[in-house]
Design a protein around this ligand. Sequence first.
Ligand code: GLN
Length: 190
Amino acid sequence: MRVGVLALQGDFREHIAASKACGHDSIEVRTEAELKSVDALILPGGESTTIVHLAQTFNLYEPIRARINEGLPVYGSCAGMILLADRIIDGAAGQKTFGGLDITVRRNAFGRQVESFESDIDFNGKTMKAVFIRAPWVEQYSEKVTVLATASDHPVAVKQGNIVATSFHPELTSDLAVHRYFFDEICKNR
Ligand code: GLN
């Protein structure tokens, strides 16, 4: 399988490394041709407003929306979760997303004073250390969405069809559980 990581801003290199560690051919995606060539896409952590702005500048905004709609398997971490949400609370004025997940995310949900922290969470039945950096949480979700992990009584990992999203950054640890879940449970069924 060929995995693409959107490489406009944020920690795309860490996702490339995690994807390679799972045994997949992995490329940085900055053009529509590169997007067309991949079987799965990862949206990294970073700054969601910057990433969506650059996606529009690079003419990738509509093509990414279209491929998600067609069922391309997509995983987003942190800013990537925001980019996959249909609705945002505390977004920048007019902030757009690619959408696809029938959720409302709250940006910087854990409070400004809590810039970053680590927490043990239960992800899909397995305990793992999760790194949160100015992280969102899921404020509201429809019945189409399955919750895979919670923290502070809010969903921080969810899936819906071809899409997985986490508020935290598994790419910043050596734990490959979330990437493996995405590749093995979501991608292989597509
Ligand atoms: N708060 C950032 C945003 O709104 C996300 C932070 C992150 O990806 N670590 O995009």
